[in-house]
Design a protein around this ligand. Structure first.
Ligand code: 6R9
Length: 654
């Protein structure tokens, strides 16, 4: 919270009374019941040792947690396993080789079904190919691909040979690739000629060529998947076509067992400032929690469910809930290459209908966009196959939650709002669909085996009804092991704010039942007349007005109140941005919903909001605008023209 930090706990303004019980049939057949909480509470390590048995180990672990050198954890340290074997081979061996693992849907409408048996062959060939390129256990491989099956195959091929992958989101620049590749010291980059984006082929290889051309590049080979068929520049000796290399490999590859703590991947998070942090995840504990949470939170029935996570493989959600969790559980899933409005705004719902998707996992930013596009669009499709809806990435505003439930979930599907981070590796706080009476906008309760709470500035647990900082009080299997190459930064960033506790960097409150509500990043918390006010609560109040589709609020320096709340809003369909009355109405609406203290000083209707490439609102940039400052770092922004638009909207500061 920088220099505006107040010793007062976060104000608790929003009241939400709506409750939704789990559907009776779902509760009766749920994978996980309320007993799991009791069991994990009685014996947390025993609980995780039992969950680790979902995996197939070459050597069963005898030790669950080694916490002798905190905050450096080791889970299942004397166990050995092969992660790719767990995600692929064992399902084939169990007689499920004919089950579809991935229904791939390309943006131009091409599609491909890949069974577990086929996936096993592809992963084995790719593992042999990487070996031929000189990659071995302990090496790093960068992956810069669109959302195509080869992305999953590449990750699993690395895992299979014990090399760590570092996936770089396909929308990042040459500069971002170069920094990440250099930090991880990657030997090989796997990329493609391009991918389809908004109806057109978009090139990927030029950014890799540019990144690799830099002097300090560690890259020996660039492995290129042909996706769009567009022309590519070629460096003989360095560049290799994926199809040429993999086609001549054997489909046999014996998976070697690696230590549970063998690095599985590095994934960079930009944070708000500074050099990206290479978050390191390892094998046995990570896969245990990814698989368990996917089983428990989505109630996955691998024989009958069709699961779809709309995230990109370049984010942690794609890692844990496209590649590792679902495949470890033998799920059938949809993988979609493109954008939600290509070629039309009903594309997602058309895909749900086409494949009979039963579990959908998406982000609040997408849900708010669908709200803006209108209820009539999903209404044109048959969504009756859906039974569980998930949300991740940002706090979900209660009104967006209600819209999701009503318009996508036919007013019956439980919504699981899952809180977690790149650093946590897997879900930490979420309802369980067969157990929890859900509340719109709350992630509710730490999952079985997870210990989370909310503390004040002095590290004291806040009572029910209080607000403060979200912390994790016990180590968990899929926790980050360190920041790659920087143990001190790992300690400073996460373990120094509160002694012995993991500091998540999110504001949170506990309601009268002890359920957790996430209130946004603590760097974004506003300090108005001595009160800490969460961005999420004010934004949710704005989104609960029928004219507002999306809102972002920031605290801008103010002579009288310290900070004043400035709100940027995207209006719904017919609302008029020049309507003075509407602006006054929105201010009053927040005043009556949350109280006068939370009333924005200014409300500015805008056409777009600045977002990171994973869809999170970048309030930092809006703060720069609201305080008439030069914009800070915009490199992680999806579309920098958005900021020009917003700046022209802004009247000179009073
Ligand atoms: C998985 C992912 C992590 C940050 C996290 C928090 C926000 C994610 C949330 C949520 C409220 C949820 N966040 N899920 N806030 N409710 N259900 O998004 O990882 O990209 O590392 O972001 O996202 O602020 O700290 P990552």
């Amino acid at each position: 919270m920088g220099d505006v930090v107040s010793n007062e706990s976060l104000a608790n303004l929003l009241k939400e009374e709506r409750r939704f019980a789990p559907p009776a049939d779902l509760a009766a057949n749920a994978n996980v019941t309320a007993e799991a909480y009791e069991q994990a509470k009685a014996d947390r390590l025993g609980f995780w040792a039992e969950q680790a048995r979902r995996l197939t180990w070459a050597t069963e672990p005898t030790e669950t947690l080694d916490w002798s050198n905190p905050p450096f954890a080791k889970w299942f340290a004397d166990g050995k396993l092969n992660v790719a074997y767990n995600c692929v081979d064992r399902h084939v061996e169990a007689g499920n080789g004919d089950r579809v693992a991935i229904h791939f849907e390309g943006e131009p409408g091409d599609s491909r079904a890949i069974t577990y048996a086929e996936l096993k062959d592809e992963v084995s060939r790719a593992a042999n190919a990487l070996t031929e390129l000189g990659v071995s256990q302990g090496d790093r491989v960068a992956v810069y691909l669109p959302m195509i099956p080869e992305a999953v195959v590449s990750m699993l091929a690395c895992a299979r040979i014990g090399a760590a992958h570092s996936v770089v989101f396909g929308g990042f620049s040459a500069d971002a690739i170069a920094k990440r590749v250099a930090d991880a010291d990657a030997k090989v980059i796997i990329t493609s000629d391009g991918g389809y984006r908004r109806g057109k082929p978009a090139a990927l290889k030029p950014a890799v060529d540019d990144a690799v051309a830099r002097e300090d590049s560690s890259v020996e080979h660039v492995l290129v998947v042909r996706r769009t068929g567009q022309d590519v520049a070629w460096t003989e000796g360095r560049d290799v076509w994926w199809h040429e290399l993999t086609e001549r490999q054997s489909a046999e590859h014996t998976p070697e067992a690696f230590d549970a703590e063998n690095p599985l991947f590095i994934l960079y998070t930009s944070g708000t400032t500074g050099k990206p942090k290479g978050i390191l995840h390892t094998s046995g504990g990570y896969l245990t929690q990814a698989a368990y949470t996917h089983h428990a939170v989505f109630d996955l029935k691998p024989e009958s469910d069709v699961y779809w996570c709309t995230a990109d493989i370049g984010w942690v959600t794609g890692h844990s809930y496209i590649t590792y969790g679902p495949l470890a559980n033998g799920a059938t899933q949809v993988m979609y290459e493109g954008t939600p409005d290509t070629p039309h705004q009903g594309r997602f719902w058309e895909i749900v209908q086409k494949y009979g998707v039963s579990i959908l996992y998406t982000a609040p930013t997408a849900i708010r966009t669908f709200m803006k596009w209108g209820d009539d669009i999903p209404a044109k499709f048959d969504l009756s196959s859906l039974r569980i809806l998930g949300s991740v990435g940002e706090p979900i505003n209660p009104e967006a939650w209600m819209w999701y439930r009503k318009n996508i979930g036919a007013d019956k599907c439980p919504i699981v709002d899952t809180w977690w981070q790149t650093e946590t590796g897997a879900m930490m706080i979420s309802p369980l669909p067969g157990v929890t009476e859900t509340k719109p906008g709350s992630a509710q309760r730490a999952l079985p085996g997870i210990s989370a709470t909310v503390v004040d500035d002095e590290a004291r647990e806040v009572p029910d009804g209080g607000g403060g900082y979200l912390v994790l009080t016990e180590p968990w299997p899929s926790m980050l092991r360190t920041i790659w190459g920087d143990d001190q930064r790992f300690i400073d960033t996460y373990w120094s704010r509160f002694e012995g506790k993991y500091f998540a960097g999110d504001g949170a409150k506990k309601d009268e039942d002890g359920d957790v509500w996430l209130l946004g990043r603590v760097d974004d918390v506003m300090l108005v007349s001595g009160h800490n006010i969460s961005t999420t609560e004010v934004e949710s109040a704005l989104v609960s007005h029928p004219s507002v589709a999306e809102a972002a609020v920031v605290g801008a320096a103010d002579e009288t109140t310290g900070q004043a709340i400035v709100a940027f809003v995207i209006l719904r369909g017919t609302a008029n941005a020049d309507d003075e009355g509407l602006v006054a109405d929105l201010r009053n609406h927040v005043g009556t919903t949350l109280g006068p203290i939370a009333k924005p000083k200014r409300v500015l209707p805008v056409a777009e909001l600045p977002k990171t490439r994973s869809g999170k609102i970048m309030r930092r940039l809006l703060r720069d605008v609201a305080e008439n400052r030069e914009l800070g770092d915009v490199t992680t922004l999806t579309d920098s023209s958005v900021m020009d638009l917003i700046q022209t909207k802004l009247p000179a500061a009073p």
